[in-house]
Design a protein around this ligand. Structure first.
Ligand code: UT7
Length: 338
């Protein structure tokens, strides 16, 4: 059997930074509330008057990942695009992205698993490489949340949390057998529980109504904006993330102490602190980006990996654990040797 490994990562954040103070001019909120409840200080949003889509942010991140992997785009066998903010309802954003990056003909698929999308995508890439069907996969997580948020006081419980951005990874064939210095994706662990699908979702447009998928009335009511029961999501996140992380450690017979770096999803600093404290993980081993970027959903983990590499915190040979939880509910983990 073949093994897979991450050959390179890249990321891109749009240049415009919105501080908590900036948001408080749009809606009734405060820097104090946002920082205390979430740890977020600022987020990057695209220029709201621009035509920038998730596939545009993805393009820059992907080009950076290809450069860091030293792989030419023509070598890619498969594109996987994880997003909850697609450019259009259909076709999948992978197709719009494929046109922009200029590699027609190869398969391109979307993953719609929200905050867990990157790990789901990593797992798909891993399986295709292990079976020998593909040799190089370009996996992207990209989001333009800003344009889809209710940026009035009505939407403040969700709007202050999310940022725009993109991250990408090139996954290729790794060496075998497993040894302590060889880069490799050790395992991925995926879960979902659709009983909680409406705890964090976008109700409209929907075929669940008789007649049209979207009406002017439902638009005015704001049904096309994300809705969240924050406390329920929080309670499940702090349970599922440690659980799925321990699952990956058990599968590989690795202890918490052996992990060099934890790159978690970034939904709320308090969630990550609670996960770390439950598992006895020292704070310096957790790489957080939420203060600067907010929650960038499917882009969060590849942005985190790239930032950690560039900050000198993630180096070749390190054992890295990653875990995410989000809408669906979905949750997942991956353990890899960098
Ligand atoms: O990545 C996807 C997964 N998402 C998550 O993991 C998010 C998980 N949930 C959370 O992180 C937290 O539940 C939030 C940060 C979203 C909210 O924190 P909370 O401590 O659960 O606050 P809350 O929703 O209970 O709201 C407390 C108060 C409410 O006012 P009252 O009813 O107590 O008067 C809200 O109306 O805070 C109010 N509030 C705000 N105030 C200022 C809600 N949003 C805001 C805001 N600014 N942006």
């Amino acid at each position: 059997m073949k093994y897979s490994k991450i050959l390179g990562v890249g990321s891109y954040l749009p240049p415009h930074v919105w501080t908590n103070e900036d948001l408080s001019k749009m809606m009734e909120t405060s820097d104090e509330w946002i920082q205390q409840r979430t740890g977020i200080k600022q987020r990057h949003w695209v220029d709201l008057d621009s035509d920038t889509c998730s596939s545009d942010l993805a393009l820059v991140a992907a080009e950076r990942a290809l450069a860091s992997a030293n792989v030419k785009k023509d070598e890619i066998d498969l594109i996987i695009f994880a997003t909850l903010s697609p450019d259009h309802e259909f076709p999948g954003t992978a197709c719009f992205f494929q046109e922009k990056i200029g590699i027609p003909g190869i398969p391109a698929l979307d993953v719609r698993q929200q905050c867990t999308g990157f790990i789901y995508g990593l797992s798909i890439a891993d399986q295709f490489i292990k079976t020998g069907m593909y040799r190089k996969v370009l996996l992207v997580g990209a989001e333009v949340h800003s344009k889809g948020l209710d940026r009035s006081t009505r939407g403040r419980d969700v709007a202050v949390l999310f940022g725009d951005g993109a991250g990408a990874a090139v996954i290729g064939v790794g060496e075998e057998p497993r040894d302590s210095r060889v880069s490799q994706i050790y395992s991925t662990h995926l879960h979902a529980d659709g009983r909680f699908a409406k705890e964090l979702w976008v109700p409209e447009p929907s075929n669940a109504h008789p007649g049209d998928r979207l009406t002017a009335d439902r638009l005015i009511e704001g049904g096309h904006y994300p809705k969240m029961h924050g406390k329920t999501v929080f309670v499940h996140a702090v349970k599922r993330m440690p659980e799925v992380l321990l699952e990956s450690l058990k599968a590989n017979q690795v202890s918490i102490e052996e992990i060099d770096l934890f790159v978690f999803h970034q939904a709320n600093l308090r969630i990550n602190e609670m996960v770390a404290s439950q598992l006895g993980i020292p704070a310096e081993k957790v790489f957080n980006t939420i203060e600067r970027f907010g929650n960038t959903t499917a882009a969060t983990i590849p942005i985190g990996l790239d930032e950690a590499v560039r900050a000198g915190k993630l180096k070749t040979g390190m054992l890295v654990a990653t875990a995410a939880f989000g809408s669906g509910f979905t949750w997942a983990s991956a353990l890899l040797r960098w």
